[in-house]
Each structure stands twice: as C-alpha cells, then as structure tokens.
Design a binder for this molecule. Structure first.
Ligand code: PMP
Length: 404
C-alpha cells in the first residue's frame, strides 16, 4: 500500500543544503530598522531582497493608519466580502484605486495571488484560449489551471510567437492574453505595445499583472500602461499591495461590468475571508502617499540605474532588467548559493532564485531596491558584490575595459 507521506520522509534536498550550511530559505527576520535594514540571526543586515519598493512599510503614517483601522473595525473582517466581510474601508480603497489607475471600477482581494486566481479563473469559458507568457507568475499559471480555458504559452516577450499562436487559433473562440507587466524574477517589462497591437488585430482581451509595476513604472507610478502611454487601451490590470503598497492584498481594475462579474463568480474571492482592516488601511495610506509624493518613484528609478550601472561595470550580467528588480545571472545552483552565503555573511540580504522559480540553467541572485535606501547602503552593497564576486570567480579580477 502506498503512503502519500513516504516521499516527505525521503525528500532530503533541504537537509543536504542545511548540512552544507548553504540553506538560504525561510530566514527569520527578528526586527526591522526602517525596512532597509533588518536583524537576522542576531546580526544587522542591509535588505536588498524585499518588494517594499517605496519603503512605505516603515512609514509612520502607514503604521498609524493600520493601527487606527484596528481600533475602528477590529483585527479582521471575519468573513467573505460577499457576505459579512465588506467594510466601508474596502469601498473607499476601491474607489481610490479605480481613480488612480484610471479605470471604471476596481475590486480589492485578500492577496495578490488570489487576485490573479480570481481574474484568470473567472473569465475564460470552455474552449476559450488563454495566451500566456512563459515567464508569467505562478498565480497567473494557477488561475489558468483553475479556469475552463485552454492554455497556449508563448516564448518570453516573443511577439512573433504570440502572433503565430493567435493566427493559428479559431477566430470564433474567446481569447485572453495574460502577462506580467514587470517580470518578477528578471525585472524586465512586457512588450505592452506589441501585445495590444496583436490583441486588436485578433480580437483578444488583455490582462496585465502589474504587481511589480505599480508604484514603480511610469512618472506617477501607475504601472506598465502609464510607462508606455497606453492607459486607455488596456482592458484589465491586476496588482498587489504586498510590494509598493506596504501591505497585503490585491486589486483588479477595469470595466465596471467585468469587475462586477468577477466579484460574483471568482471562487478565490467568494470563498475566502476579506482583506483585514489594517491591511486595507495601510494600502490606502500608501496609495495616498504615492499620489502626494511621486518623487519617491523618481528616487527608486535613480537607485535602480545606479545599481544596474554599478553591477554591470564590474562584469555582472543583469539580464534585461530596467526596474529596481535587478537579477545577477549565475546559471548554476551551487554558485548561486555560494554568492548568496558570502553576501549574507557580509550582512547583505539577497534572494537566491533556483528552479522551479526559474528554469534550470537560469539560476540567479535576485536583488531589489527601495526608494528609501541611502547611497551609503548602496555603496556598501556594490563594494561587497565586487570583492566577493572576484573572490568566487564570478566576475573578472579587473574591470572589463568596455565598461570603464
Ligand atoms: N504577481 C506577481 C508578478 C508576483 O510576483 C506576486 C508575488 N511575488 C504575486 C502576483 C502574488 O502577490 P502576493 O504575494 O501579494 O500574494
């Protein structure tokens, strides 16, 4: 007789990494010092592994808003939005997000992951086709699995391949194109102009997951469509509050009738408890601060440029990133862990990314920055990358002449 637990007892990958003192995951943060520095294993570290792009989780105004929401509503909404869980605070946040994102309507969901599950699972009917970028986030992939649609994956940002698939599909069936706005591991931006042109040509609708683009791309931080000047043409946008918005939760924004449909059909919305009051209040305050202080977005992009230039000048490959997500391409699991560990020991917190988050051979160290990082912190990070990269043989001993 087979026992579903047997594989768990036999699975030793994590134990082996721990024995070699190279286990990087589930590191417990003991305290946060303004978000850019944290304490781990009793040591203070510079955090360049967070999605807190605007640094707002440490902002006193955001903390106060969360605290006040607990005082007013309690710690939780204690149920689904559909039934007892909708708060006036949710509606205020939805109205503000719809205005900010320049959409007719917006709905708030309890996590970013559930947001994508909701949008992608609810829309395609049986026989409809969903065209998905191969580098899409797991939540979009899983949303599609839960939907009735047929999946067609196109090569990453490859518009020729997307067109080939669209051209080969039945003109009569419904079509949805789904892509990350900013790809979560590589920090590159989807070819939105290309996607929208093909969508128009072949009668497809488009959903863009702007989890890593809201608060980051566009002069006002409104995301990928603002960055390309295409806000009027995008059908649906999803986002999360766990990154720039210093909270937890997510949003779907688009035409009112579509939002209304998803609100009543999506199982990850109907059958899950609503976004807790402090999370809704923190996201709302973070959004207000973003609108009042767009210079935070400018500072973030300046930091991204400084770190790109710095790392490239040393000879690191940072892929196609143009955002504050800057991958350091390593291409090997153990070398990736070795650089992670060397930086960790220097007091620098990064994220090693290995399969299944990327395909084998694309292992990378993901670094990501906040608008509130100081130049002194960033210079320390660059100095450590140069010294350790040379020691580990990941970059040349002298700077490549073309970069000097
Ligand atoms: N979409 C993308 C592109 C993401 O990177 C993530 C999480 N990293 C999510 C959605 C899910 O968001 P959350 O973690 O807030 O649930």
């Amino acid at each position: 007789m087979s026992d579903v637990f047997t594989k768990c007892v036999e699975w030793k990958d994590a134990d082996l990494a721990k024995e070699m003192d190279l286990y990087p995951f589930y590191q417990a943060i003991e305290a946060s010092y303004g978000a850019t520095e944290v304490s781990v294993q009793g040591r203070r570290m510079i955090m360049i592994g967070s999605n807190n792009y605007l640094g707002l989780s440490a902002d006193p105004r955001v903390k106060e808003a969360a605290f006040n929401a607990i005082q007013r509503y309690g710690t939780t909404a204690s149920g689904s939005r559909l039934l007892n869980g909708t708060l006036a605070l949710h509606e205020e946040l939805e109205a503000k997000l719809a205005r900010f994102l320049r959409r007719e309507a917006a709905m708030v969901v309890s996590t970013g992951f559930q947001t994508n599950l909701a949008a992608i699972s609810a829309l395609p009917d049986r026989g409809d086709i969903v065209f998905a970028d191969r580098f899409n986030h797991a939540s979009l992939v899983d949303g599609l699995r839960l939907s009735q649609g047929i999946e067609q994956r196109y090569w990453h940002n490859d518009m020729a391949h997307l067109e080939e698939l669209l051209a080969g599909s039945d003109p009569a069936v419904g079509k949805l194109i789904v892509a990350d706005g900013v790809f979560s591991m590589d920090g590159d931006v989807c070819d939105l102009p290309g996607i929208l042109a093909l969508a128009r040509k072949y009668g497809a609708r488009v959903v863009i997951d702007d989890a890593h683009a809201m608060g980051v791309l566009g002069a006002k931080g409104r995301g990928t469509a603002e960055y390309f000047g295409l806000e009027d043409e995008l059908d649906l946008v999803t986002g999360t509050f766990s990154k720039s918005f210093a909270s937890l939760g997510g949003v779907i924004a688009g035409p009112a009738r579509v939002i209304n449909y998803i609100r009543h059909k999506a199982r990850s919305v109907i059958f899950s408890a609503a976004l807790p009051p402090p999370c809704a209040a923190a996201a709302l305050k973070a959004l207000e601060i973003l609108e009042e202080e767009p210079e935070r977005v400018t500072r973030l992009m300046d930091i991204a440029e400084k770190m790109h230039n710095g790392l490239r000048a040393m000879g690191y490959d940072t892929g196609g990133s143009v955002t504050p997500i800057i991958p350091v391409m390593i291409g090997d699991r153990m070398r990736c862990f070795a650089l992670w560990k060397a930086l960790f020991q220097e007091g620098i917190f990064t994220n090693p990314v290995t399969p299944p988050a990327v395909s084998a051979g694309r292992e990378l160290l993901r670094t990501s920055y906040m608008a509130t990082h100081t130049d002194a912190q960033l210079d320390r990070v660059l100095e450590a990358f140069e010294r350790l990269g040379r020691r580990l043989g990941l970059i040349p001993r002298t700077r490549p002449s073309s970069y000097v």
